[in-house]
Design a protein around this ligand. Structure first.
Ligand SMILES: Nc1ncnc2c1ncn2[C@@H]1O[C@H](COP(=O)(O)OP(=O)(O)OP(=O)(O)O)[C@@H](O)[C@H]1O
Length: 233
């Protein structure tokens, strides 16, 4: 579904992604893991049109989306659930959900909102509450539900567990599993490598702007250098 070939990303004159290639197939959950600063977020931003690709191609279902605007990439079928949730704090939970569907012009928004509230009952309880007053875990659920409101083909999660209590992290993991079971295709970036590799069908290990290892979640979990450097055993 998503094919990235020889992607290079630079900030000013400094290149930080040095020609990576990866793919995400229909229905897969693919994780990008690696240390802080390895280039995972920059890769996601390039996919979403938030930073330019200096070189290389990004294809979605055979269509070249390299360096298109963020808006047209959402329309093409990719939504990102950003690091730090970034809900609209002054807007209510309901208004945030509606914002997730802004690229759609169909009559099914109301039923999708119902579906999201069935999936995340806490959002129904908080429907008229300003999103900024929700707990971290509730905001994460809202950010995920808002991303799903666009009915994406590919759902990107950037550090969904960041800053959340362990119990909530487990809930977020369960939620991502459910989204995969709904048939969505998922690209996941996580500092929590153990969680990411448990959820992922396949994963790529980033180091200093390059992909140094790839394989199934299980293969990477048991790879000695991953186990030692990223899983702490
Ligand atoms: N806007 C920016 N301007 C300049 N350099 C940047 C910018 N954003 C990121 N970088 C640099 O690019 C490199 C890759 O950062 P990136 O955020 O992609 O890594 P990461 O693997 O996602 O790490 P993290 O988990 O900390 O987000 C780092 O050296 C970072 O300092």
């Amino acid at each position: 579904m998503l094919n990235i070939t020889d992607l290079h990303v630079s900030y000013g004159s400094i290149e930080i992604i040095h020609g990576i290639s990866l793919e995400v197939r229909q229905g897969e959950c693919v994780a990008l893991i690696g240390a802080n600063g390895a280039g995972k977020s920059s890769t996601l931003k390039a996919i979403c049109g938030l930073v330019p690709a200096a070189m290389g191609t990004i294809m979605l279902e055979g269509r070249d989306i390299t360096n298109q605007s963020g808006h047209s990439i959402v329309k093409a079928g990719i939504t990102m659930c950003p690091e730090g949730r970034q809900v609209f704090p002054q807007m209510t939970t309901l208004q945030n959900l509606k914002m997730g569907a802004y690229t759609r012009r169909d009559a099914e928004q109301a039923s999708d909102i119902e579906e999201m509230m069935d999936m995340f009952p806490i959002l129904r309880d908080r429907a008229s509450q300003a999103a900024g007053t929700l707990s971290g875990g509730e905001q994460e659920m809202l950010a995920i539900a808002r991303a799903l409101m666009a009915r994406p083909k590919l759902c990107i999660f950037d550090e969904p567990s960041l800053g959340l209590a362990p119990k909530i992290v487990a809930e977020v993991g369960e939620t991502i599993k459910r989204i995969k079971e709904m048939g969505k295709t998922i690209l996941l970036v996580e500092q929590n490598s153990a969680m990411a590799l448990r959820l992922a069908d396949r994963a790529y290990l980033f180091e200093a702007g390059e992909i140094v290892l790839s394989g199934t979640g299980e293969e990477l979990q048991s790879h000695p250098s991953v186990a030692k450097a990223y899983l702490g055993h």
